[in-house]
Design a protein around this ligand. Structure first.
Ligand code: ADQ
Length: 471
């Protein structure tokens, strides 16, 4: 069986005993790596200052070798903060206004990808299957090809892929698209992202959509498809069921004191629509005075990327907005919004989702949004809550039982909250089971299997199956 080599900007290191369970993606990829044996390579998250990083630090755990490299201060600034987070992230989330182009940063991005390729190449064997993750590493395959590697290389993009109109505003859009053509399989979250990719090739006249997921561009043929990522549905549902006895969950239940709870869980990021959501909650209370003192909205938002100025500013804005709404609509015995600004263990999170009557997930743009799926998986089948979900999240394509909203339409979102809170239990159950059935069959292990099945050549898969059957 071919080994699997996973490359991602950050690498989730194996959990020590007693740690909170890892997220679904890490678990699924670790399982695939454990089955085939292989390597997970990426940045350690540390800087080597102004000195060149030393050799890879390697840790063998079962059949998986974790291989990490440091980066210099300049690399971190240009590749990670500069280009990945201040150009690709805003562009892919349709925020042209926030993209900051600098030639140094663009050059740094390509340079660090070359550096990763040079660190990785000596570890690769001819039969290895390589799976690269996310927007930090788009040029990696081109760099590996440049060094003569002929392996199958796949790429999965976790964030949205924008339309051609947006993408061409990025000065290096041609190099980025050329980079993508060096993969054998490109995976997007939804068919909209795939259509955007195909639309660019057509519009710029640099490639052909040959049908059946086959594309031709820059003299290479490759496949591209939509592979919507899932969560570890059954395990997460079990975690939520067991969390009822967790002390923090019990305290949370006491503190809502019979009120309905609305929950929002997001990394602090401008793409998540947190400000619009707080506005919608305020509008909902103002238009429905009968709900005063009857609902508690819990927003859990750990800091992220706080070294980037826009994120620091957002942190202030969200805290101020929550305080302002509490001041405007709260009463002496009711704090409408509870705002928690840190990370929470996965089992407590699962229990809190289960307590909430509404999962409020309103990104302005999101590749998939796993919070929406986790909220559904955590519900009590007899008393499920309602998912209120932005139509601009990739998850909206699959969540047939959700109340879909447009997060820019504050009044529309407020109306959806009223509808959710007054929905009959029969309708809630019917909507929930439609979503849960889908999530159980389309979980993260299935996602991983689907992607690898399409990446590994059919002939090799058949011989692997043959040898598995024979053994
Ligand atoms: P993210 O933008 O990070 O991921 P999302 O899919 O919502 O967004 O995943 C966030 C994860 O972090 C969830 O598993 C959630 O439980 C966890 N989380 C959030 N807040 C937390 C808190 N306070 N405490 C603990 N855990 C918290 C990117 C893309 C998404 C895509 C994923 C996976 O932007 O669109 O769905 O990758 O492909």
């Amino acid at each position: 069986m071919s080994r699997l080599v996973v490359v991602s900007n950050r690498v989730p290191m194996p959990a020590k005993d007693g740690d909170a369970p890892a997220g679904g993606l890490a678990v699924a990829l670790q399982a695939a790596l454990q089955e085939r044996g292989g390597i997970w390579m990426g940045w350690s998250g540390n800087s080597s200052g102004d000195k060149e990083p030393g050799p890879l630090s390697q840790l063998q755990k079962g059949k998986i070798a974790y291989a990490l490299t440091d980066l210099t201060d300049t690399d971190v600034e240009e590749y990670y903060h500069g280009f990945a987070n201040r150009v690709l992230w805003p562009i892919c989330h349709y925020r042209l206004d926030l993209a900051e182009y600098g030639h140094k940063e663009m050059a740094g991005y390509f340079r660090v990808n070359r550096f990763f390729a040079h660190k990785l190449a000596p570890l690769i064997e001819p039969d290895d299957i390589i799976w690269v993750h996310d927007y930090h590493l788009i040029p990696l395959a081109a760099e590996l090809r440049q060094m003569g590697l002929k392996n199958r290389i796949g790429f999965f993009l976790h964030i949205p892929w924008p339309s051609a109109d947006i993408l061409v505003t990025m000065p290096v859009h041609e190099e980025i698209m050329r980079g993508l053509s060096h993969y054998d399989l490109l995976g997007f979250q939804t068919d909209y992202d795939l259509q955007n990719f195909a639309g660019y090739l057509r519009r710029e006249g640099i490639g052909d959509d040959l049908g059946n997921g086959l594309f031709d561009s820059h003299g290479r043929s490759f496949r591209a498809g939509a592979y919507p990522i899932g969560i570890e549905t059954a395990e997460f549902a079990e975690l939520a069921r067991k969390a009822a006895t967790n002390i923090m969950v019990r305290k949370a239940r006491q503190s809502v004191e019979g009120r309905d709870m609305i929950i929002g869980v997001d990394r602090l990021d401008y793409s998540k629509g947190i400000i619009q959501r707080l506005d919608a909650f305020e509008r909902f209370i103002n238009s429905n005075p009968g709900f005063q003192n009857k609902v508690t909205y819990l927003q859990i938002t750990p800091k992220s990327r706080s070294e980037v100025p826009e994120y620091e500013q957002m942190q202030k804005m969200v805290a101020e907005q929550a305080g302002r709404v509490n001041g405007a609509v709260g009463t002496v015995d009711w704090v409408p919004i509870r705002y928690i600004n840190r990370s929470i263990g996965r089992n407590v999170l699962a229990g809190l989702y289960r307590l909430a009557t509404i999962g409020l997930v309103t990104p302005l743009r999101d590749g998939m949004n796993l919070v929406a799926k986790e909220y559904v998986a955590a519900q009590d089948p007899d008393h499920p809550g309602v998912l209120v979900l932005s139509r601009f999240a990739g998850a909206a394509r699959e969540s047939k039982g959700a109340l879909l909203i447009n997060p820019y339409d504050v009044e529309g979102t407020a109306n959806a909250l009223t509808k959710a809170l007054t929905m009959s239990i029969e309708e809630r159950r019917e909507r929930w089971s439609r979503m849960m059935d889908h999530l159980l069959t389309h979980d993260v292990s299935q996602w991983c299997e689907d992607f690898l099945r399409d990446l590994i050549p059919v002939a090799r898969l058949q011989s692997e199956r043959g040898s598995l059957l024979a053994s």
